[in-house]
Design a protein around this ligand. Sequence first.
Ligand code: NAX
Ligand code: ADP
Ligand code: K
Length: 528
Amino acid sequence: MQNRQEKISQVIVTAGQMRDIENRIFAAGMPVVALMEKVAGLIARCIQEIPPTPLKKGGYILSKTAFLRGSRVGILVGPGHNGGDALVVARELHFRGYEVWIYSPFSKLKELTSQHLKYAQSLGIPIYQTIEQLPDSDLLIDGLFGFGLERNLTDPIASAINQLNELPVPIYSIDIPSGLHTDTGVVLGTAIRATHTFCLGLWKLAFFQDQALEYLGKAELIDFDIPLADVEAVLKDAPSIKRITPATALANLLLPRPPVTHKYKEGHLLLICGSRRYAGGAILTGLGARASGVGMLSIAVPQSLKSLLVSHLPEALIVGCPETETGAIAHLQLPEKTDLSSFNAIACGPGLTRDATPIVQEAINSDRPLILDADGLNILAQMGAIATLKKRLAVTVLTPHTGEFERLFPDVPDAKHDRVQAVQEAAAQSKAIVLLKGARTAIANPQRAVWILPESTPALARGGSGDVLTGLLGGLLVQAATKQIPIEDIVATAAWWHSQAGIIAAQERTELGVDAFTLTQYLIKALT
Ligand SMILES: NC(=O)C1=CN([C@@H]2O[C@H](COP(=O)(O)OP(=O)(O)OC[C@H]3O[C@@H](n4cnc5c(N)ncnc54)[C@H](O)[C@@H]3O)[C@@H](O)[C@H]2O)[C@@H](O)CC1
Ligand SMILES: Nc1ncnc2c1ncn2[C@@H]1O[C@H](COP(=O)(O)OP(=O)(O)O)[C@@H](O)[C@H]1O
Ligand SMILES: [K+]
């Protein structure tokens, strides 16, 4: 059985759900004031554990000799309970010997926050109302707004935030960087650019929205013992949104392999990829599939690419197909006694060019589980994605980046504004499993359940890395075919594995050293 901590670490909530969960805890008898003490006490402890670091701004070390002592702390206090949390932290650090000052620009505070401010004042902690008055500090703690922020920030607080962002000190945000929308991660006017964010209790959705990432800094969950029963009670009727954790990803990894098996039992994958113009895409997709451990691999490519593919993937069955004048696959020509039903799944798209429309149509019309990527998606978009996919009898997995997503689903609300909602909507409408690529890849199934990859690396933002994912995913999918593992879980595992390989490769070779071929060489390393 999963332990509580593992379960809590998977959960992602909206602001509304978080409020409902907290209200259950308060209704059960936990006093608001006690919870604030508990939460802020945990944050204060984390602040005290910060090791001295060189002074940095924008990634540059400002001085080799000036190390942050961390003893002068500026506390930014907003009107709500986020400000209350900050004031409790201020009080605790004051008693621990820190030189603390408070910036409290709001005249109207919530009752509890107001009481904490009064007590801080009685302790002699300096309190300032305007940004111009603020003394120097070694670090700032941002308690301006938490999940209660809904409206756009305006002046004077907006310009104060802009000025605070310019200071050469690290900023530690409580719950969420002030100014970010808790669900969409959209910047509401302006927002604190945190170096570190203490997300309180449960992961909020904004932490997994691409546009929020540059504001969050290093994000950490502060677990304050929310009872699982309350989480489950609030989330039970909503589509689940989960972080993909190493534990969940590895659980679906098809290891160890059963001792008695054979190549066809470990799945037969058909890749349809490549063109004279994009030969490399076929190789990368094949190498991704190879790393998955797939039992049998067939790769359909234009005839003129056959020998190239054989030289890179000697274990694969390379199917040379008739080609168009432009060097795209004209139609599928499988070996005798083979038809599409010979394969456990098909992955189709990388490097095809749009001239390969007939073969993509053939794959879509088949009754095989199908992964569509790259030109497979562009061709699907031309056919009308939603209407076409609804007719499919077997499962379809789509792996678009944002551009492809917008072409596929022009009527789905803006993927740039709220990627999670967009991917949910696309999956629900198309009845496909949709993996929306990005800095935080999000996967949704037709029931709107979502899996999000919490960790990746911009090293993967290079041509060809998506091809590797398509092959890897295809290989895992066919191996899982006989093993009763939900396909969504396999898709999540493939995405996790792919990003882990990128992370490990980037650690060894820097973020510049992870070309797509190198990535394929790190897939197995990521597991060992
Ligand atoms: N109550 C507790 O003991 C707990 C508090 N927590 C903290 O409480 C926070 C939520 O507290 P609140 O619900 O009070 O909300 P916030 O503290 O996030 O802020 C809401 C306050 O800001 C005002 N406001 C909203 N938009 C504004 C704008 N654009 N310009 C100016 N003012 C604006 C609202 O009128 C309200 O007074 C969490 O983020 C967390 O930090 C919880 O995490 C833990 C338990
Ligand atoms: N900034 C980023 N951070 C993390 N991962 C990224 C980032 N940018 C791209 N990726 C990942 O890299 C891969 C790129 O795939 P894709 O756009 O299809 O490229 P290609 O078609 O050239 O192979 C995806 O898995 C995506 O999630
Ligand atoms: K905050």
